[in-house]
Design a protein around this ligand. Structure first.
Ligand code: SF4
Ligand code: SF4
Length: 334
């Protein structure tokens, strides 16, 4: 027997969650694109296509206020943002490369400094993952230890079935709660046939071997070969489900303003620019080398994790055709 949910009941579940006051974020068609957005109803859900931007904005908004300040006759008044006001959220329809990414980012956001803005949103979010049935030639989750049927990071995991609907697998207590709260939406089905999972091209990459090579080749002509043409647009970092660098800026006047946390990107020329004017990553290829090293060496050194889920977004969107999958494969050959 398999636990299943029909397409209509999945949309009804979204309606009920929204009715219960939850923010439900999922893939939605907007013009020619699919993007993760808060859904207004179950009818908005457009499952199965990898959204253009990743789902990280559910936990780590592009820009957020972390405090406000105001000066009056009595002095300076600082008001922190109350993280208790963050909404209970359900992220629905996250494909495995997006569902797996928050667990990777948790390590850095709960390391030396506990980032309560990120962590509180994570605590308040349930992830309904979805097995992936259509890969394009930029996808490479299987090269970085994941797969189109990977359940890592999901609380409840859905697998599309031949004839419609989904089989459901509870992965965590949160997933179990969802099943327990809406039992009338799920059925026991005697026999189910899953749609064939996607088959990303390329064999697995030996990430330990790649890391070993990186340890020996901080200086190597490959960085100029692959990255001198990078124009530093930052699209790769902004679309990536695992990139997480941010900058903190004060906006306003001496009398009144806000402190904001804004996404940043190591491809930007000013990312490591010192106040003295010195920039240790003074050339674009050094910035790209840092991006690659961070994903496949430094993050592993620090947290034992790879900072890439193989979603392929950075390949699809790079305006100059820089291909991180091709670089991994090239390093593996060396
Ligand atoms: S580095 Fe590229 S392929 Fe890897 S997770 Fe980020 S956007 Fe996706
Ligand atoms: S998307 Fe391409 S050009 Fe833009 S910063 Fe990334 S690697 Fe460079």
């Amino acid at each position: 027997m398999a636990l299943t949910i029909s397409e209509a009941n999945l949309r009804l579940l979204i309606d009920l969650l929204i009715g219960a006051g939850k923010r439900v974020i999922g893939p939605k068609r907007v013009g020619e694109m699919t993007v993760y957005e808060p859904l207004l109803s179950g009818a908005d859900l457009s499952p199965g296509t990898l959204p253009r931007r990743s789902a990280k904005e559910a936990f780590f908004p592009l820009s957020e206020t972390i405090l406000t300040y105001e000066k009056d006759k009595e002095g300076l008044k600082v008001t922190d943002v109350d993280t208790a006001t963050f909404p209970e959220t359900v992220l629905v329809g996250a494909l495995p490369c997006d569902a797996a990414a928050p667990q990777v980012m948790d390590a850095v956001f709960s390391w030396d400094y506990k980032d309560e803005f990120y962590l509180e949103r994570r605590r308040r979010t349930t992830i309904i993952g979805l097995s992936c049935t259509s890969a394009d030639d930029s996808c490479f989750c299987t090269l970085v230890g994941l797969s189109p049927t990977e359940t890592k990071g999901s609380d409840l995991f859905l697998t599309p079935l031949v004839g419609g609907g989904y089989s459901c697998q509870s992965i965590s207590d949160r997933g179990g709660e969802l099943l327990a709260n809406y039992p009338h939406l799920f059925s026991e089905t005697a026999s189910v046939t899953p749609l064939p999972p996607a088959r990303p091209e390329g064999g697995p990459v030996d990430l330990a071997k790649v890391k070993g090579w990186l340890e020996e080749h901080f200086e190597d002509e490959i960085w100029e070969e692959v990255a001198d043409r990078c124009i530093g647009c930052g699209a790769c970092a902004f679309l990536c489900p695992a990139c997480h660098c941010f900058d903190i800026v004060d906006e306003g006047t001496e009398a009144k303003g806000v402190r904001r946390k804004n996404w940043d990107a190591c491809a930007f020329g000013k990312f490591t620019n010192h106040a003295s004017g010195h920039n240790p990553r003074d050339l674009q290829n050094k910035r790209y080398r840092n991006r690659f090293m961070h994903k496949f060496k430094y993050y592993d050194d620090k947290f034992g994790k790879t900072l890439c889920t193989g979603c392929g977004r950075c390949i699809r969107s790079c305006p100059v055709g820089i291909d991180i999958k091709g670089i991994l494969e090239e390093i593996q050959k060396r």
